[in-house]
Ligand binder design. Structure first.
Ligand SMILES: Nc1ncnc2c1ncn2[C@@H]1O[C@H](COP(=O)(O)OP(=O)(O)O)[C@@H](O)[C@H]1O
Ligand SMILES: [Mg+2]
Length: 221
């Protein structure tokens, strides 16, 4: 079977007035279906850039990125949009919830983009992340950090993605709450999701099956 994600000699350069920044410098690796991977490295080493490219939110300057064997450069905008929306879920460090929408509405948001909200499906994923039912009509700021991150995980799951990309998902949580988010990730991986987590925290990396280390935009041996 083709790898879920494959990078071949990928370079990402951000052109800035002050000079080009080479964020990724000839990166090659593959993520097989069902893997549970952590990405570790110092601040500024290119971790978020790597995740952004894995999520097809941006394109490489040079090199080839393939999703299930298909180079993304060969995909139309429509194909890329549906790939991002239907196959990939994102979870961020700062949760990125909409403060004025309630929990059900936040979780349903990716479905609104598709044109069809299914409240029962939103409740199903909220139950899967074990958020108390009485919170479903509250707004995000009425929830604790750990509860907000569960909502963000639920939102990432609403379209049944097969790939979950997480940028420091426990970075703003205390260690006990972070551990419960990682238990949740472990369960999702066991059910078949391919999960990639950027983290600074060796305890988080311990939950994963493989760590990719990145330094100065290169994969460290
Ligand atoms: N949108 C951007 N425009 C310009 N430079 C960027 C952008 N995003 C990241 N960079 C630069 O690319 C390098 C890698 O950044 P990033 O991928 O955010 O690293 P990390 O997530 O490991 O901290 C840094 O030097 C950063 O300043
Ligand atoms: Mg980052």
């Amino acid at each position: 079977m083709q790898p879920a994600i494959q990078f071949e000699d990928v370079v990402k350069i951000y052109p800035l007035k002050s000079g080009d920044v080479t964020a990724l410098n000839h990166i090659s690796f593959a993520v097989e279906r069902g893997e549970f991977i952590s990405i570790m490295g110092p601040s500024g080493s290119g971790k978020s850039t790597l995740l952004t490219l894995m999520g097809c939110l941006d394109k490489p300057t040079f090199g080839t990125i393939s999703m299930s064997g298909i180079p993304i450069r060969d995909m139309s905008d429509v194909e890329l949009t549906s790939l991002r929306r239907d196959r990939i879920g994102f979870i961020f460090q700062y949760f990125n919830l909409f403060p004025l929408l309630n929990i059900i509405e936040n979780v349903s948001f990716p479905q609104m983009l598709k044109g069809g909200v299914n409240v029962e499906k939103a409740k199903e994923v909220l139950r899967a992340v074990q958020l108390d039912e009485h919170l479903y009509t509250h707004t995000p700021l009425e929830l604790s950090g750990g509860q907000q991150q569960r909502v963000a995980v639920a939102r990432a799951l609403i379209n049944d993605p097969d790939i979950l990309l997480c940028d420091e998902p426990t970075g703003n949580l205390d260690s006990k709450t972070g551990a419960s988010i990682m238990e949740l990730m472990t369960q999702l991986n066991k059910k078949g999701a391919t999960i990639i987590i950027v983290t600074h925290d060796p305890n988080v990396a311990n939950y994963t099956n493989r760590t990719i280390r990145i330094i100065d935009g290169r994969i460290a041996a």
